[in-house]
Design a binder for this molecule. Structure first.
Ligand code: CP
Ligand code: NVA
Length: 328
């Protein structure tokens, strides 16, 4: 007979502990120069020999939570996970924004029981920070109002691919000092490039971002300068622009008016260094921030840049999910 006084065994709670090494990518500043260079090297290997990486995410799941529209980011992550042997699920959060139906702590902990990484495109950076705080699995920023680190990974990879290095390369960004500009400036400064932001008054990079860039540049031998004069593009080896109206902006009319002198056209490209490449994160508003002639011209790197989202994000997922090139 069982002893009725015997204490029942405490229930086993199968709570998976968060990996001590759990890392996120919410901003480029969370990386180091060494990690960024390793990601570029890993992306090169993945791009050159994709078959070697075909099972690295076998049995792994990744969820994509998107509050905003996307072509490149969504498709490159979904296809990218599948090319690594894993499974991606897309969750459309455009109607019920993340945190509306339940608190971030429950949301993030529950997702952590199902998937091995969370990729999120959001309005507020604070939502990503909340997810990262509570999630046992890596959070990857797929764009917020203020940062776009996955874009910057592809951008510096593309510069490296086209010009052989980022160190010492002069990169001019024209237009709105926005999320794309912020992450690009962080990455270029981290790798020792010369970042130049050319924007009208009121559209410069936030002061806090400039301070971060100066600190990064100090450690790498790079630099950051700002001006409102489009002629300052002289000597730039990379000319970069982005849409004047981002997905979260509500003052479109004013932006089209103020940013008009910053259009990248053939005349402006002629002032840049000989052989300078043109870059754009896309989607582009042809005829506004860039002309057809530049987008479709011989110096345009935009489609290689878009393709490189795939390879650099795969390198990132392997690094954050512990399946990088030195592990099988
Ligand atoms: N560049 C970029 O993030 O494109 P999507 O908005 O289409 O994802
Ligand atoms: N700055 C743009 C980038 C789109 C990829 C936006 O936030 O809408």
């Amino acid at each position: 007979m069982p002893n009725s006084k015997a204490r029942p065994k405490p229930a086993r709670h199968a709570k998976p502990a968060a990996k001590a090494t759990k890392r996120d990518l919410l901003t480029i500043t969370q990386l180091t120069g060494d990690r960024l260079r390793a990601l570029i090297a890993s992306a090169s290997a993945i791009k050159a020999r994709p078959e070697e990486f075909a099972t690295r995410l076998r049995g792994k799941g990744v969820v994509l939570l998107f509050e905003k529209p996307s072509l490149r980011t969504r498709v490159s992550f979904e296809v990218g996970v599948s090319k690594l042997g894993g499974h991606a699920i897309f969750y459309d959060h455009s109607a019920d924004r993340i945190g509306m139906r339940e608190g971030l702590q429950d949301y993030a902990r529950v997702l952590g029981r199902y998937v091995d990484a969370i990729v999120a495109r959001v309005y507020e950076q604070s939502v990503l920070e909340g997810l990262a705080k509570f999630s046992p699995v890596p959070i990857i920023n797929a764009l917020s109002n203020t940062h776009h680190p996955c874009q910057a990974l592809a951008d510096v990879f593309t510069i490296h691919e086209k010009l052989g290095t980022v160190k010492g390369v002069r990169v001019a960004f024209l237009g709105d000092g926005n999320n794309v500009c912020t992450s690009l400036a962080h990455a270029v400064c981290m790798l020792g490039g010369e970042m130049q932001v050319i924007s009208p008054p009121g559209y410069a990079l936030p002061e806090v971002v400039l301070q971060e860039c100066r600190a990064l540049a100090k450690g790498s031998g790079g630099s950051i300068t700002t001006t409102s004069d489009p002629d300052a593009v002289a000597g730039a080896q990379v000319v970069y622009t982005d849409a004047w109206v981002s997905m979260h902006n509500t003052d479109a009319e004013e932006r089209y008016r103020v940013l008009r002198p910053y259009q990248v056209n053939a005349k402006l490209m002629a002032r840049a260094a000989r052989g300078a490449i043109f870059m754009h994160c896309l989607p582009a508003e042809r005829g506004d921030e860039v002309t057809d002639a530049v987008m479709d011209g011989a110096r345009s790197a935009v489609y290689d840049q878009a393709e490189n989202r795939l390879h650099t994000q795969n390198a990132l997922m392997l690094e954050l999910m512990g399946r990088s090139s030195d592990e099988r």
